[in-house]
Design a protein around this ligand. Structure first.
Ligand code: ADP
Length: 211
């Protein structure tokens, strides 16, 4: 994207994407989290709210004017056409806001956190490298049950709607196995950060040579 070195960071729900993106941020990478952007778009006064109100009605808004996430989740889970309708509103806005954030980012390189990156051809083509955060499925289930107060079956049904562990592993240029102690993960993050910094530098140098 925009000719800058960028990493697409992905992984299944609860794999540790946010946790590990925060570690990269400490080293100086610019993090652009598409989930955070999607959240902002659907807050009260968010850019997606006028279209959501127009197309779905007030029933899908909370009293303060945010998208009613629980209601909307139930709707789109059961009805693919409605899901498409919501995505048609959100995806162009996510793209627009992502590009805006990228143009403002000052870090040595960009990390886009994209939960469904492997599932999206356009994202796969956009990033320079794909970093997959991996862990055992049992670990994902345990973490998300605790974090989101969901049942095992609810977590499993979310996981079924995502790419499989194997599909993500196959798409990975780099992989962090995040099942153990976070202090050990931090060492892996440091090594990768150094690699990304040097790849970012060589990309800039190549650009200069071409000019
Ligand atoms: P994601 O963004 O992929 O859904 P998170 O980064 O939010 O995942 O992590 C899910 C939960 O698991 C969080 O509560 C986080 O604190 C915890 N977690 C992540 N990695 C580890 C780890 N290596 N050890 C223990 N807990 C972890």
């Amino acid at each position: 994207m925009t000719g800058r070195f960028s990493v697409g960071l992905t992984g299944g729900i609860g794999s540790g994407k946010t946790t590990i993106a925060n570690m990269f941020a400490k080293f100086g990478a610019s993090i652009i989290d598409t989930d955070v952007i999607a959240h902002q778009l659907t807050q009260p006064g968010g850019l997606a709210m006028p279209s959501i109100r127009e197309q779905f009605g007030d029933k899908y808004l909370t009293d303060d004017g945010a998208m009613d996430r629980t209601r909307m989740r139930e709707l789109v889970f059961a009805d693919n056409q409605q899901k498409q309708k919501l995505e048609n509103i959100l995806h162009p806005l996510i793209r627009q806001e992502t590009e805006k954030a990228a143009s403002l980012a000052t870090g040595a390189y960009l990390i886009f956190v994209v939960p469904l990156l492997v599932e999206s051809a356009s994202w796969r083509n956009k990033v320079s490298r794909i970093l997959v955060i991996d862990c055992e499925e049992q670990t994902q289930i345990r973490r998300v049950m605790t974090r989101n107060n969901l049942s095992e079956e609810q977590v499993r049904s979310i996981m079924r709607a995502q790419a499989s562990r194997q599909q993500r592993q196959e798409a990975a240029d780099d992989l962090i196995f995040n099942d153990g102690d976070l202090s050990l993960i931090s060492d892996q993050v440091r090594v990768l950060h150094e690699k990304y910094q040097s790849l970012a530098k060589s990309l800039i140098n190549n650009h200069h040579k071409k000019v």
